[in-house]
Design a protein around this ligand. Structure first.
Ligand code: ZN
Ligand code: ZN
Ligand code: ZN
Length: 141
């Protein structure tokens, strides 16, 4: 696993620093999205002196390189998620338990037809409640 991450980082011309590798494997263990503060708290077990700004910067580098996904939550908190699925797809995120599901569908072809111009990139994130949460919350987060 870590060797793969080192490879991915090299492809992006990002140095495979121990911190970046630790962030990636930490996020890869989670089935849910995590906040920079949570990543930072876990990293401090191995990197006692790591600062929160360093974690923010590394997460941003990894997200810009497409290795992790940024989650924009309606509560305005920023989160990150690692998805092992490297094919183009989108995510359904549970606002309550933070579980993430892959949506193996992209409606961009249809949307491009409605756009008067050239689409260069897009961000699609579907927010809601997963089945378990919808049942236990009666439909409200
Ligand atoms: Zn849920
Ligand atoms: Zn995914
Ligand atoms: Zn898409």
């Amino acid at each position: 696993m870590p060797e793969n991450f080192a490879h991915n980082l090299k492809d992006l011309k990002l140095k495979a620093t121990p911190k970046r590798l630790a962030i990636l494997s930490l996020l890869a263990e989670e089935l849910s999205y995590a906040s920079p503060e949570e990543v930072w708290r876990k990293l401090r077990r191995n990197f006692a002196s790591i600062g929160l700004p360093t974690v923010y910067r590394n997460l941003e580098d990894l997200a810009n390189g497409g290795l992790i996904t940024k989650v924009i939550h309606p509560n305005r908190q920023l989160y990150y998620y690692f998805c092992p699925n490297s094919h183009h797809h989108h995510h359904f995120i549970c606002l309550s338990c933070r579980k993430v599901e892959d949506i193996n569908f992209c409606g961009m072809e249809e949307i491009e037809k409605k756009v008067d111009g050239t689409v260069l990139s897009h961000i699609v994130q579907v927010n809601g409640l997963c089945r378990d949460c919808a049942e236990s919350h009666g439909g409200t987060p």
